[in-house]
Design a protein around this ligand. Structure first.
Ligand SMILES: [Zn+2]
Length: 135
């Protein structure tokens, strides 16, 4: 998948498009178990896109190994690629990161990332697809 896709209009259509696990992350703000994403080891050039709608979210150049067990990036591909929302919870207030196009839950952003931004976008691999750059 290398293009954006039309947005489903109903939750039933989302269920049809997504696997059960993807649906749980993107539409129900779930979290995948740490260390389970095949994208953790993805080190090639390309773009990471929203698994829900195909919008480009992160350039592979901003991916880094955070050691957390979730794919991590220090900057979105564009300021308006993602939206953020306060996410109060048992673990203290966190900042939720959503796809700005389909409102799919992607993960959270923390302030302990590397230079130059100091941000750590902690993403669920199931919320992303990798679109490799042409050789
Ligand atoms: Zn999306």
């Amino acid at each position: 998948m290398s293009e954006t896709r039309n947005l489903p209009e109903t939750e039933a259509e989302w269920r049809e498009r997504l696997s059960d696990d993807e649906y749980h992350i993107l539409r129900e703000a779930g979290t995948e178990p740490r260390g389970t994403s095949p994208l953790l080891d993805e080190k090639g050039d390309g773009v990471f896109r929203c698994a829900g709608c195909g919008q480009a979210l992160f350039d592979a150049e901003t991916k880094y190994d955070s050691g957390t067990g979730w794919p991590s990036f220090w900057e979105p591909v564009a300021d308006d690629a993602v939206a953020t929302e306060p996410d109060p919870g048992l673990l203290g207030e966190r900042t939720e990161v959503l796809c700005s196009r389909c409102d799919g839950h992607l993960g959270h952003v923390f302030g302990d990332g590397p230079e130059p931004t100091g941000d750590r976008y902690c993403m669920n691999g199931l919320a992303l697809t990798f679109d490799p750059a042409d050789e």
